[in-house]
Design a protein around this ligand. Structure first.
Ligand code: GLC
Ligand code: CA
Length: 539
């Protein structure tokens, strides 16, 4: 496989609404991001994935776009965005834009036109269907609860929305829609961005009349066309969000010979703590052995014909230490999670606040919740007779606001995020967990992330080495990485209990990183401490 810059970097995701507010209106903005670029440079990242900053009525916090070529008023101006691209580049950081083209906002002018009548030229930009027996055309459901079909009184037809009613789905079967998207992408490419993160891209091949949403028959044809007409040959980072991807499917997207995308986010590990066949809210505890098997499967299967994205967190997921680490052993378990992820093969992503070990927050009433997915689910389950306490517990565990509380910069008012009133309450733990405190403590999680990024820059084995899983106790995730003569052993005790490690005779040459103070000199017959994690060079 040809080497690309996007395989060698670590990407940092910014959720702009919650990152840094520069003007005191309680909402994060572009000038706020610019003011924190030095911090990101210090961390060592090579790219920022910026969640949507386009004009939007914010029904789904910017994932409902009303103008793809204008900046959301609350976030700043196009001049600010140009400055962000330039200032980031000065620090060796590429800007990856979020591309949300499965749907638009219902306030996008295409949809406003489309609603005007069945003969409007924009009508076929969206997906319309006649009622069947006076009801919805079929049983397709929205990810945000309820039917995926909304009735339009004026024309007597339904339109499709796989997310909220205010996010009508675009009709990718229509070549005019595809061309509009490609033109828009080229507008952004010409600005000098580093690539795109493609929102729910596996849905664009949908055939709603057949109730096919993910992985439709023309999906890959559309992506190959997109590649040719936009970023092909420009060596940009393109990463698709693909919830239903198996390794076979992931290879279709990311095998370089197929000329589609650089890589995809696959979510197989993310589903391991939900009851199979149910929804993310329906919880079962994680089995570490299953996590290990899923990681090993993806490492092995995407060997040479594809590329993995590595992530624990994003703006849709709960905080990983609260989820699978241990809040009571926050720094140590956080370091294990970091070492494990960053020593796998693929491109690692850090979500804002992960590098300082931010945690979930707890709500006691639905009025404290901002996320549309959680709110809709709450009302749906309440109507089904499920107890309020039970639903709130599910929201506290998995709700998207967990990731969206403001970034904790310091121990001052509102965690230093804003001088005004934050749009979403700051997590109460900010006096203890914040960037300033992390930077002042040489043993903080921040410096583990910084070191892991540095190791990646200095040791090709981290990027290019092969992966080989070692048979161990169920809660121990251990593997070798190897490149030429060089061999690293990675050991993670993914547990709050002691676990044995038995390896064949191994000579330890050097400790690369360890989340305890001691150096590792011998790995034979170790009893691993809770959350112990290390990398050693071996012979
Ligand atoms: C993706 C985004 C999520 C958004 C949805 C609809 O899953 O990550 O935040 O709500 O798509 O755009
Ligand atoms: Ca602001």
């Amino acid at each position: 496989m040809k080497k690309n810059w996007w395989q060698e970097v670590v990407v940092y995701q910014i959720y702009p609404r919650s990152f840094m507010d520069a003007n005191g209106d309680g909402i994060g903005d572009l000038r706020g991001i610019i003011s924190k670029l030095d911090y990101l440079e210090k961390l060592g990242i090579g790219a920022i994935w910026l969640s949507p900053v386009y004009q939007s009525p914010n029904d789904d916090n910017g994932y409902d776009i009303s103008d793809y070529q204008a900046i959301m008023t609350e976030f700043g101006t196009m001049a600010d965005l140009d400055e962000l691209i330039a200032e980031a580049k000065k620090r060796g950081i590429q800007l990856i834009m979020d591309l949300v083209v499965n749907h638009t906002s219902d306030e996008h002018h295409w949809f406003i036109e489309a609603k005007k009548g069945q003969d409007n030229p924009y009508r076929e930009y969206y997906v319309w269907a006649d009622p069947v027996n006076g009801k919805e055309p079929n049983d397709l459901r929205s990810t945000f609860s309820g039917s995926a079909w909304a009735f339009d009184e004026e024309s007597g037809q339904y339109y499709l929305h796989l997310f909220s009613k205010k996010q009508p789905d675009l009709n990718w079967q229509n070549p005019a829609v595809r061309q509009e998207v490609y033109d828009m992408m080229n507008f952004w490419i010409d600005k000098g961005i580093g690539g795109f993160r493609m929102d729910v891209i596996d849905l664009i091949g949908k055939l709603p009349e057949k109730e096919i949403t993910g992985n439709g028959p023309q999906l890959h044809e559309f992506l190959q066309e997109m590649n040719q007409k936009t970023f092909g040959g420009k060596n940009l980072l393109t990463v698709g969000e693909t919830w239903g991807a198996t390794p076979e499917i992931a290879k279709e997207y990311s095998d370089p010979r197929r000329k589609e995308l650089s890589m995809v986010f696959q979510f197989e590990h993310i589903g391991l703590d939900e009851i199979p066949g149910k929804e993310k809210w329906d919880y079962r505890p994680l089995q570490v052995a299953e996590l290990k098997a899923v990681f090993a499967k993806w490492q092995n299967e995407l060997g040479d014909e594809g590329w993995n994205s590595l992530f624990w967190n994003n703006h849709d997921l709960p905080r990983i230490i609260s989820r699978w680490g241990d809040e009571n052993d926050r720094v140590k378990s956080g370091k294990l999670l970091a070492i494990l992820l960053h020593s796998l093969k693929g491109t690692p992503y850090i979500y804002q606040g992960e590098e300082i070990g931010m945690l979930n927050r707890q709500v006691t009433d639905i009025s404290q919740v901002a996320d549309i997915e959680s709110i809709n689910m709450y009302h749906e389950r309440l109507a089904q007779g499920i107890k309020k306490e039970e639903i709130l517990a599910a929201i506290n565990r998995k709700g998207r606001d967990n990731a969206r509380t403001p970034m904790q910069w310091n121990a001052g008012k509102n965690a230093g995020f804003t001088t005004g009133t934050p749009w979403l309450a700051v997590n109460e733990n900010y006096p203890k967990i914040n960037v300033e405190a992390a930077l002042a403590d040489e043993n903080s999680l921040f410096y583990t992330y910084q070191k892991l990024i540095q190791l990646r820059k200095e040791n090709p084995i981290v990027v290019w080495g092969t992966f080989e899983l070692i048979e161990t106790a169920p809660e121990v995730i251990a593997y070798y990485r190897q490149l030429g003569e060089e061999k690293w052993l990675v050991v993670n005790n993914f547990s709050r209990h002691l676990n044995p490690l038995q390896l064949p005779a191994t000579t330890v040459l050097e400790t690369v990183i360890h989340n305890e103070t001691e150096k590792i000199t011998d790995v034979e017959n170790l009893v691993l401490h809770p959350w112990q994690s290390f990398i050693v060079k071996v012979k």
